[in-house]
Write a protein of this length. Structure first.
Length: 374
């Protein structure tokens, strides 16, 4: 049963913002947790939380919202790479010299908590609601990828660890409510860029639409089973494209809601507002089940918080699977010639484009389907 002062905590993170090849990914994880209303001086742990208290005459809402209580609840099972459910920045878990299992296992545990099928790439994409409205690119049209991909992911059975995680969440009265992602392929990426102009505006557009859709999904499901579903949400994001000001972006995304600026600066930007509706990825207004007070924080290094860390894992894992399909397709096209795979980042992306250029033109793969312009 959700208590009156429970809140939603939503974390987002991106993977693949810099490359010219492959999709941009933004992941989200949404949790229910007890409000940390008694927190008055957690600045020793995170000085960026100190400024988030508005003056007493500004709000009648809880004087302080913090992810610390959720982080503390999860810490015994999530605090290191060797934990049962490691919730760390994906860059700490995975890299060129590290096994994909370090990302894949926590992703599969999170999916299992939600009762989702994660036995194939297609099932994962469906579960995260990350399909694009565009037709799939050629490298995904007739291909699929069984999961888990890494043989080490299920080196030990998943179920005992899953039960450990479930027991911990139950004991601490916290719950994972949703995982979601936006997977923006080059064609959609270029179209959004044409519409908004700047790459920093593009990442803000994609991320804020995912916030709206994920909050609506979580709240909609809770309202069906719990009349005391949370009316407060804490949203934790990294700085988007290096910008410091988000009030106008939030006001547009949340259909004109008056935005209170609690702080704007290079270290962090924090806002509070009450949302009655929000615009989805197509710009369509969608009503919230009831007015929801939201505090949105845009800070650096947000992956220290479990919701953002899990969002980082979701984004990076799906990006890696997408690039495996991409590289495998072009390897088959170029056979018997050897083709060095790419991660899609500048310089090497130019090399890869040159390597496959003749084959791409022969197959009629348009530039916009293959190449992100920024």
């Amino acid at each position: 049963m959700t208590r009156e002062r429970d809140i939603l905590i939503l974390g987002t993170d991106e993977a693949g913002y810099g490359p010219n090849l492959g999709p941009l990914l933004v992941g989200a994880s949404c949790w229910r947790a007890p409000a940390d209303e008694d927190a008055t001086d957690d600045s020793a742990r995170n000085p960026l939380l100190l400024f988030s208290t508005p003056s007493p005459d500004e709000f009648n809402d809880p004087p302080r919202w913090s992810p610390d209580r959720l982080n503390a609840a999860l810490a015994p099972i999530s605090g290191s790479r060797k934990s049962v459910f490691p919730l760390l920045d994906s860059k700490q878990l995975y890299g060129p010299s590290k096994s994909l299992a370090a990302l894949e296992r926590p992703f599969m545990l999170a999916s299992a908590l939600l009762g989702r099928d994660s036995e194939s790439f297609a099932a994962i994409v469906r579960g995260l609601r990350s399909e694009s409205s565009d037709a799939p690119p050629p490298w995904e049209r007739d291909a699929n990828l069984p999961a888990p991909v890494d043989s080490k992911t299920l080196k030990r059975p998943l179920e005992p660890d899953l039960q450990t995680v479930r027991d911990r969440l139950t004991t601490e009265n916290v719950a994972l409510l949703d995982l979601a992602a936006r997977r923006v392929q080059p064609k959609e990426f270029n179209a959004i860029l044409d519409r908004v102009g700047l790459k920093s505006a593009l990442i803000a557009d994609v991320t804020t639409s995912l916030i709206v859709e994920t909050l609506l999904s979580a709240l909609g499901r809770l309202r069906k089973t719990d009349s005391a579903a949370p009316e407060f949400a804490l949203v934790l994001c990294d700085k988007l494209g290096g910008r410091d000001r988000y009030a106008s972006i939030l006001q547009e995304r949340f259909c004109g809601a008056p935005i209170r600026v609690l702080r704007e600066g290079r270290d962090a930007s924090v806002y509070r507002f009450t949302a009655t509706e929000g615009r989805d990825r197509d710009g369509k207004p969608r009503p919230f089940p009831s007015p929801t007070t939201i505090e949105a924080r845009f800070t650096a290094k947000g992956e220290a918080n479990a919701p953002t860390a899990l969002a980082s894992i979701v984004a990076k894992y799906l990006r890696e699977l997408s690039m495996r399909l991409f590289n495998e397709y072009w390897r088959r096209v170029m056979a018997p010639k050897t083709l060095t795979p790419t991660a899609g980042y500048p310089v090497d992306a130019l090399r890869f484009r040159d390597d496959v250029d003749d084959a791409r033109r022969r197959l009629g793969v348009p530039d916009d389907v293959f190449w992100r312009r920024k």
